[in-house]
Design a protein around this ligand. Sequence first.
Ligand code: AR6
Length: 170
Amino acid sequence: MINIELTKDDITKIEADAIVNAANSSLLGGGGVDGAIHRAGGKQILDECIEIRNRQGKCKTGEAVVTTAGNLPAKYVIHTVGPVWNGDEEKCSELLANCYQNSLKLAESLGLNTIAFTNISTGVYRFPKELAGKIAVKEIKNFKSEILEKVIFVCFDEENEEIYRTLLKE
Ligand code: AR6
């Protein structure tokens, strides 16, 4: 079973095998956590994102790609593209679940033991935080792995931290 931890922190400081970035489909960076990761990780991350774009085109919503973590303490950055909340609960929930599943599968295919997630889509993309938290926790709990040992939920704001604290007690 995967061990789940919760912390309130800046994900760029986390020492995990992989940290998961809430990117956009351009893969070319942006604001929020994406901006923070590219700023702290350095140009190598963007260079690899550009290589991926040249190879496969844009990253679709719900999918995930991996790059080096550059100057960050993590080994890899997994970039996933969350859905922009548009009120279609069923479709948005499915796409957000795909983000978690595809990131976990990618980490497993690389033989990684620890992975740290941001609260994907709950910033600029306006996904309701409570529902996003429920989906995140459910997807981790349902993921069966012989390789992954630990998932860290890295919350940046108090509201998300409180939501996850409650969800993880259940
Ligand atoms: N460490 C951990 N979490 C953070 C950090 C950080 N340093 N900074 C922000 N968060 P957002 P989205 C939290 O907006 O909603 C970007 O421009 C934040 O509190 O970063 O998926 C991309 O390029 C929130 O809970 O991502 C896309 O265009 C969570 O990270 C778009 O934003 C996600 O907020 C993606 O929007």
